[in-house]
Design a protein around this ligand. Structure first.
Ligand SMILES: [Zn+2]
Length: 293
């Protein structure tokens, strides 16, 4: 699933290409994309409008269509926005026809991506207030903020990082990479890290996300840039998807286990397993890991 660096990579490419372009027609190929808004209703709201800006919150793209009309899109598992792509590109769910013969195509093999129209800046703020927590590069993510958010939480730190209402934009890849960099085991109880660990984790979250951004995101499954090229951060993962390979810090074999229901990669020498997290649970998780993403 595209995470903050992948979505931000798309945003940076599309923003200058789309700016000032008028949408002459919106063809909704898959009506499920805008559910519950009917396809013709969605087209009527959007056709004739001009792209004024493109923002991002967490893993959401926000197309500013002027007059306080916003189109909010989530890519979910396999969504991509392609600019001036081959008209025959597979899995298209919607096509924006723009003035000057340009196109913006939304492709999505697994069809989980969503689109919603929000009217008014206040409604936009309200939409995200209930869904998203701290934006990692807003300047507000530090150890104190992380510690406050995690306070009293008995869930695993991995589950906490995946919760978009705490910190927005982190998914399975960047949670593993940030926890490894901070030398924190993903099974640690979220509310029970030391102040210095929250401080370090706040930093390594930003480091991991920045490394992802610098590489144009990671391409697993189907993530592509707006021009159809692929990200390369998958070649730079320190532990994610590296089960059986040596830890880049100490050489111990990286292990795969299931934490928070997700395939999770750990060096258990660098990231000490918390007392009480049973070996049996880890062993059971490892035996299931072949079926987990
Ligand atoms: Zn290690």
């Amino acid at each position: 699933m595209p995470e903050l660096p992948e979505v931000e990579t798309i945003r940076r490419q599309l923003a200058p290409a789309l700016h000032g372009k008028r949408i002459s027609r919106l063809r909704v190929i898959d009506p499920k994309w805008g559910t519950p808004i009917a396809a013709d209703e969605l087209a009527a709201l959007i056709e004739g409008r001009t792209f004024d800006g493109l923002d991002r919150r967490g893993k959401y793209l926000i197309f500013d269509l002027g007059d306080e009309v916003f189109l909010i899109c989530h890519l979910r598992m396999t969504g991509n926005f392609l600019y001036d792509a081959d008209p025959e590109v597979p899995y298209q769910r919607a096509v924006f026809e723009l003035d000057g013969g340009h196109t913006l195509r939304f492709t999505d093999p697994r069809r989980f991506g969503t689109a919603e129209v929000i009217l008014g800046g206040d409604a936009l703020d309200e939409y995200f207030a209930g869904r998203l927590g701290i934006e990692p590069f807003s300047g507000a993510l530090d150890g104190a903020a992380l510690g406050t958010l995690a306070s009293g939480k008995r869930t695993s730190i991995k589950a906490f990082l995946l919760d978009q209402r705490a910190v927005a934009g982190i998914g399975n890849i960047y949670a593993d990479e940030a926890l490894f960099r901070a030398e924190v085991h993903p099974m640690r109880e979220a509310g029970r890290l030391q102040a210095a660990q929250y401080e370090l984790l706040a930093q390594t979250i930003q480091d991991a996300l920045q490394a992802g951004l610098d590489a144009g995101g990671a391409t697993i499954d189907d993530f592509r840039h707006a021009d159809g090229l692929y990200g390369s951060f998958q070649d730079e993962f320190l532990v994610h998807r590296r089960a059986g390979e040596p830890c880049p810090r100490c050489g111990t074999e990286v292990r795969k286990m299931v934490v928070a229901g997700r395939g999770t990669y750990v060096c258990e020498r660098c990231q000490t397993r918390p007392r009480g997290a049973s070996k049996r649970r880890g062993a059971a998780a490892a035996s299931r890991s072949g079926q987990q993403p």
